[in-house]
Ligand binder design. Structure first.
Ligand code: SF4
Length: 490
């Protein structure tokens, strides 16, 4: 779709809005055509005496839709407030035009960002009550009542966790970017062991060096680790001995006296063995993720997950026997081959296991996945909506509550990913990474350290090399990144 901006330069915000509402990419153009032959959007910002107005003229399949939204100029005293109001009227006008053109109800209304809870947190921290925040989400941002409630509950959970964090605490992420094979929908940087297995040992050596250096730095800066998350990839691709070495190096390097949560994302059930579970547990991890994605053997086969639903049940039982008291299970709504009924069955079967955390993702066709190559979302938006609506009702009725959520581009029906928890079992790490409440030190290939200033506003990202082979060669970068981290904390 061609995009024309008049009177403003909020290209990114409008592009995001187009992707969210129309699931299309936008190409910024200069000279507005005189006819309505092509699909296009003209987004205009204008100022009057009392109001600023955003206007969207949308041409879709030969028909023209024109919508406007306005806000008061009064009270627009800071640059931040001006930008907020300008973007709000522009995105709202695009939302209204898209809604009329497509006849679609957008569950997240005019919100286009990936973290809707950030807005709700701002509301709650600036004095809104839960009631007034919920009303504003529906009336000003056009959220459906269900999504307003979801965002509000997740934000309330996040706020509870935020109050329990101390200033000198951080979280640690350790990346293991290896998997035994690649799932069809995967867009992560993860190397298949068949091709890259020879890199695992040199990778672990480099990782152990980075852990040691970052640990010394953290101790030097007086930083204590509140949560550890070993993710990937699939960390349980490593052997039990390799896991043991890795976890020992973490315990030796960092101050874990304040540790409240230690997660290992086992992920694929086909990589989980009792021996590995025992090693993980004995090294202090109490939370583990076992990810079925679906409990249909056929859906797993279509999506190239080389495990069965029975493997999931076996791994879950073994994890309980090994003493894991907090187990997370991931599911995906909208997988190729799945149906509303199939997804319901998946949730019913997982619900019987009563994992402490259940994460419900919506399939997103992200760059880098085999599914995205030459494909469009296969499922009808209405099917995916029905899956998530079922999840919402089922999980509420079974005592789960939403505790973090986020959205992504190219997501079916422009919906969301939600982490659900039984009372008091929410993951600190997931909330901290989503809401940027504290520094997350990331080690390993593809890791992005996110430094969060004491005011909670200053944020600096420091990225590691993306791929294992580059990372193994990147010895010098550890030193320069350490200098960046040190000067951030000065
Ligand atoms: S297990 Fe996860 S990281 Fe590994 S290939 Fe599948 S989706 Fe990607």
């Amino acid at each position: 779709m061609k995009l024309y901006l008049v009177g403003h330069d909020y290209r990114y915000a409008i592009e995001q809005a187009i992707v969210s509402f129309l699931n299309r990419k936008a190409v910024l153009c200069q000279d507005i055509p005189q006819d309505d032959a092509e699909d296009l959007l003209i987004s205009t910002l204008s100022y009057g005496d009392k109001y600023l107005t955003g206007t969207a003229e949308l041409v879709l399949n030969g028909r023209k839709y024109r919508k406007a939204a306005r806000a008061q100029i009064k009270g627009m005293d800071t640059d931040e407030e001006r930008i907020n109001r300008e973007q709000h009227v522009l995105k709202t006008s695009v939302f209204k035009a898209a809604k009329e053109a497509t006849g679609t109800e957008f569950p997240w209304g005019s919100l286009t960002g990936v973290r809707p809870t950030k807005l709700v947190l701002r509301m709650l921290e600036s004095g809104h009550t839960r009631d007034s925040a919920e009303k504003e989400l529906v009336s000003r941002y056009f959220l459906s009542p269900k999504r307003a409630k979801l965002a509000l509950e997740a934000a309330t959970h996040s706020l509870d966790v935020k109050r329990r964090l101390s200033e000198n605490e951080i979280s640690l992420y350790v990346g293991i970017p290896f998997c035994p094979s690649r799932c069809a929908y995967c867009s992560f940087v993860s190397s298949e062991t068949g091709k890259s297995g020879h890199l695992i040992e040199p990778y672990l050596e480099m990782l152990s060096e980075e852990i040691k250096q970052r640990g010394m730095l953290a101790k030097d800066l007086g930083l204590k680790v509140k949560s550890v998350y070993i993710g990937g990839g699939t960390p349980t691709t490593l052997s039990a001995a390799q896991l043991d070495r890795l976890m020992y190096s973490i315990a030796r390097a960092f101050d874990l006296d304040s540790l409240a949560e230690y997660t290992v994302e086992a992920g694929r059930p086909d990589t989980i063995t009792v021996e590995k579970l025992r090693v993980i547990r004995s090294n202090g991890a109490g939370r583990i993720s076992i990810n079925p994605q679906s409990m249909s053997g056929e859906v797993l086969r279509i999506n190239r997950r080389p495990h069965t639903p029975e493997d999931v049940l076996r791994a879950f039982e073994q994890a309980r026997e090994c003493g894991f008291e907090c187990i997370n299970m991931d599911t995906i709504a909208g997988l190729p081959g799945d149906s509303v009924e199939g997804f319901r069955t998946t949730l019913l079967r997982l619900g019987q296991l009563r994992p402490e955390n259940l994460t419900v993702h919506t399939l997103a066709l992200k760059r880098g996945s085999d599914l995205a190559a030459g494909s469009t979302l296969e499922k009808q938006d209405s099917d995916v909506m029905a899956m998530l609506d079922f999840a919402l009702e089922f999980l509420y009725n079974n005592g789960y509550r939403p505790y973090y959520l986020y959205r992504q581009k190219y997501m079916a029906a422009s919906l969301e990913n939600t982490g659900w928890t039984l009372p008091g079992r929410e993951s600190i790490y997931n909330i901290c990474i989503m809401e940027e409440f504290q520094t997350i030190l990331s080690v390993g290939a593809g890791g992005v350290t996110k430094l969060v200033g004491r005011d909670g506003k200053r944020i600096l990202r420091v990225a590691n090399n993306k791929f294992p082979a580059e990372y193994i060669r990147s010895g010098m970068k550890i030193d320069s990144d350490n200098r960046t981290i040190r000067s951030f904390y000065r």
